[in-house]
Design a protein around this ligand. Structure first.
Ligand code: NAP
Length: 317
């Protein structure tokens, strides 16, 4: 099974390459970067293969700046784009104009050279970029997904496990909406060991607002400390890729094009629970939310939709 990563010279791209190399269903990984970064990617591949040899993993890695080399990929992951910078706190929305052009161009390339691929967009602001990838590629919506809220959900899971002092595997939670300030944590359906969190005694000392702020700022916190997020996004990406490659039918939160499936929201890409399998986003799972979650979700939809329309118009996409 072949997977390609566009933007593989970047920090998210190269860490994702390493994670995905460990996926037993992948035997061919193409790392696309601009010509000036080819050398760097070749160095990364050599280093990576030395590490993989320690695990007896030997798959084909190709470094290339020739986009045609993505042909026949099952998944093409787009991580190319400008990231938020350590020097000044930025919102993901600040990246919209330059990244829209990059994502639009590569999505057209994917449609040309790898017609049957599923596109997994990582470049921020990811919900808007997913919409751009969908429109630029012309692919069916089941084959254009964005990653953001799955990572937010993992970040929330970590904080809940810490506060309630339980093993991480006992926590089931989900963040939907925008991968950004308009994210919607679904605390009403968060459970620990199968029980709603409000049934646990430590719930009384659980500071929900502070926890949500920590999740919203988790990316900027890491960027401020070490310059970029790498492991979190890479492992979250590899969860989504695995679910597709291995036809797992897992329900993960990915950004997808909505046509009224949840709260009647349409013509916008947002993070929602999706059943993932070999066909990509096989089904959006309709969910019920409490009043507050529903109102936050609608606010996210309106905000992302307005911004998406604006960028599509401005850049004539
Ligand atoms: P990075 O280390 O700066 O890497 C950026 C990558 O994009 C490099 O491969 C770079 O190639 C490429 N690139 C930059 N400008 C380009 C252009 N005009 N045309 C083609 N390629 C270009 O950034 P990063 O930390 O990996 O982050 C990459 C993107 O992922 C950012 O938009 C970031 O915000 C986003 N991100 C998303 C999530 C998520 O959960 N969705 C999480 C983390 C990061 P060169 O080496 O040739 O410059």
């Amino acid at each position: 099974m072949k997977v390609s990563i566009i933007g593989a010279s970047g920090r998210v791209g190269k860490t994702t390459a390493f994670c995905i190399s460990e996926d037993s269903s992948v035997d061919d990984l193409v790392l696309i970067s601009r010509k000036s970064s080819n050398d760097k990617v070749e160095g990364e591949i050599t280093d990576m293969c030395d590490a993989l040899a320690a695990r007896d993993i030997g798959i084909k890695h190709t470094s290339s700046s020739n986009i045609e080399d993505i042909s026949d990929s099952k998944i093409v992951i787009i991580t190319a784009g400008i990231p938020r910078k350590k020097q000044k706190p930025m919102s993901r929305i600040d990246l919209v104009a330059p990244n829209a052009k990059i994502v639009a161009k590569y999505s057209k390339d994917i449609a040309k050279y790898s017609q049957n691929a599923t596109i997994l967009v990582i470049t921020n602001p990811v919900d808007i970029m997913t919409y751009i990838a969908l429109k630029s590629s012309g692919f069916d919506k089941s084959r254009v997904l964005g990653l953001g809220n799955h990572l937010d959900s993992l970040r929330l899971k970590n904080r809940i496990a810490d506060h309630f002092d339980v093993h991480i595997s006992e926590v089931h939670t989900r963040v939907i909406g925008e991968h950004g300030d308009y994210m919607v944590p679904l605390l009403s359906s968060t459970t620990i060991g199968g029980m709603p969190i409000e049934y646990l005694s430590k719930y009384t000392s659980f500071n929900i607002d502070e926890t949500i702020e920590q999740v919203k700022n988790a990316g900027n916190y890491v960027i401020g400390k070490k310059g970029a997020t790498e492991y979190g996004p890479a492992y979250a990406i590899s969860n989504v890729a695995s679910a597709i490659l291995k036809d797992e039918k897992k329900i993960l939160t990915v950004s997808t094009f909505l046509e009224g499936e949840i709260e009647g929201v349409n013509d916008v890409c947002l993070g929602v629970p999706v059943k993932l399998g070999v066909k990509g986003a096989e089904r959006i799972i309709p969910i019920k939310m409490n009043k507050q979650e529903k109102s936050l979700f609608l606010e996210a939809a309106n905000t992302v939709k307005a911004c998406t329309r604006n960028v599509m118009k401005k850049l004539d996409l």
